[in-house]
Design a protein around this ligand. Structure first.
Ligand SMILES: Cc1ncc(COP(=O)(O)O)c(C=O)c1O
Length: 373
């Protein structure tokens, strides 16, 4: 009997019905498929700049020691992050991307039938990782493209274990204010852990945007997620972390695979922490790029939601895939957001000024072709 014959009964139902996360298309594949010389990827919210120079040097140094397993405890990285955030070493949990941390949180908390609450459209891993374990995701519709924290409070029940606040939300780029979050955390029932996902934290310069660590330090029941994938330019290495209560960090250590955060990732992340000027330069470049991209979208009749991150989200009709395909043929990869719960929208990541202009030209060609008889 072949495996195909037993496949239906072999997989647990929670996995059988799962729709996997659909990653953004790689540039090389699009180039090859469509025979294009230049392809611009504005699809995965990566930073347009590479790793910091110190990170590249650290990777080179680390290469010589690759016969050794990584430091399973990520001792140096945890120490540096604890110092950076003025928290205890025991409160830092590195992971294989912050996506890895979402997986750890799900594994350590969710039994079949347990529930999570998150906004929707939002980051799909919250939902996928819960479903994998037979847990039930309660997806609360956004209001005006923002997390509706009042409605989320109503969705919390006795079986809820984790509540995700995607802050700012991917794919819409929107945030909640300090007073909204204060009120929310005042009312979240005691048995629930709130996950403040701040993957885009370093880009944001809005006085109303709260650093989730403030809540942790004030003794609220929260865990804060951060990543090196965005402004630090290390998405390919897969390294992020949680800052949370020591007991939670200990439990993460039980479910994480011993060597999830590889040697390059640890070394490059560590080396990236000492470059405040470069961080500020990238934050400023993103702010300029965000304005440029917003202008481009508006010029073409799109209405992006108010983003504080490094991407913009806009509704384009019932189904955004045709626009995605047309832009692809013009050499620009954007993200159709069906997998995030918004099948009629696209998300466009801020690129360099040149990349943003190429997006503008591609959009121009696609839209003018659409109006021709
Ligand atoms: C809101 C949010 N959380 C987490 C992640 C995962 O990032 P990574 O696993 O690369 O750290 C992303 C990536 O796009 C994101 O948008």
């Amino acid at each position: 009997m072949s495996f195909a014959e037993i496949a239906d009964s072999f997989f647990k139902p929670a996995v059988q019905d799962l729709v996997p996360y659909e990653p953004g298309k790689p540039v090389e594949e699009v180039q090859r498929e469509l025979g294009l010389e230049r392809v611009v990827k504005l699809a995965s919210n990566e930073g347009p700049f590479g790793p910091f120079p110190a990170a590249l040097e650290a990777i080179e140094r680390e290469a010589r020691g690759l016969n050794r397993y990584p430091d399973g405890g990520a001792w140096r990285l945890r120490t540096a992050l604890a110092e950076l955030h003025d928290v205890r070493f025991e409160e830092i949990a590195p992971g294989a991307g912050s996506d890895g941390v979402v997986d750890y949180l799900s594994q350590l908390a969710l039994d079949p039938g347990d529930e999570i609450v998150c906004g929707w459209p939002s980051f799909p891993s919250y939902v996928i990782d819960a479903l994998k374990l037979g847990a039930v995701p309660r997806r609360v519709p956004l209001r005006d493209h923002r997390y509706d924290l009042d409605a989320m409070l109503e969705a919390i029940g006795p079986k809820t274990k984790l509540v995700y606040v995607c802050h700012p939300n991917n794919p819409t780029g929107t945030m909640n204010t300090r007073s909204e979050l204060d009120m929310f955390l005042d009312q979240v029932p005691g048995h629930v852990l709130t996950v403040l996902d701040q993957a885009y934290y370093e880009y944001i310069d809005d006085p109303e945007y709260v650093d989730g660590l403030e809540y942790l330090k004030a003794g609220r029941k929260v865990v804060v997620l951060r990543t090196f994938s965005k402004i630090y330019g290390l998405a390919g290495l897969r390294v992020g972390y949680a800052v949370g209560p020591a007991e939670l960090v200990t439990a993460i250590g039980k479910v994480r695979r011993a060597f999830d955060v590889n040697s390059f990732a640890q070394a490059a992340a560590l080396a990236s922490l000492d470059a405040p000027d470069e961080l500020a330069r990238r934050r400023a470049a993103n702010a300029v790029g965000l304005v440029q991209l917003e202008g481009i979208m508006r010029e073409h009749g799109l209405e992006p939601s108010p983003s504080v991150a490094n991407f913009l989200f806009a509704e384009v009709g019932e189904d955004s895939r045709p626009l995605f395909e047309q832009l692809l043929r013009e050499g620009v990869i954007v993200r159709p957001t069906g997998g995030f719960g918004a099948p009629g929208a696209i998300r466009v990541t801020v690129g360099t000024a040149e990349e943003n202009s190429l997006f503008s030209e591609a959009l121009e060609r696609v839209l003018s072709a659409a109006v021709q008889p």
